[in-house]
Design a protein around this ligand. Structure first.
Ligand SMILES: [Zn+2]
Length: 132
């Protein structure tokens, strides 16, 4: 019983600590790996893996492990301090990690690369999948 309570307590405080900057953190984590997903799309045929359509807009979908799970797992295992302040890039104004967090970013990018796999989905199948 005590063990369970401690577990709940620590996972709650972990979430509470992250809560304020959760969106910026997620955005920076996403922008850091966008070159990986763009590269996959660049070398893929524009055909939906679910409905086989070849028309419309296509997205690179995280196939086996959702991005949110990869992110949560990484934040639990990293020993590095989780960044709290962020920058914006000058071209697309995406949220990015600051230079002081480059080691955190490097660890994240390598971790993501080691566990992520992808598939191409059309826009509507991609929305259906993320609503499940
Ligand atoms: Zn589709």
């Amino acid at each position: 019983m005590i063990k369970i309570l401690i577990g709940m307590e620590s996972s709650w405080s972990y979430k509470a600590c992250l809560n304020i900057k959760q969106n910026d953190l997620t955005a920076a984590l996403r922008s850091s790996i966008s070159s990986q997903t763009e590269l996959y799309k660049h070398f893929s045929i524009n055909k939906c893996c679910y409905c086989n359509t070849i028309y419309g807009i296509f997205h690179t979908d995280h196939k086996t492990i959702p991005f949110s799970k990869i992110k949560d797992d990484f934040l639990k295992i990293t020993k590095k301090e989780i960044p709290k302040i962020f920058g914006k890039d000058n071209i697309k104004f995406n949220v990015i990690f600051l230079d002081i967090d480059k080691e955190f970013k490097k660890e994240w990018v390598l971790y993501h690369q080691s566990v992520a796999d992808y598939q191409i989905l059309c826009a509507s199948c991609n929305i259906k999948k993320s609503n499940n």
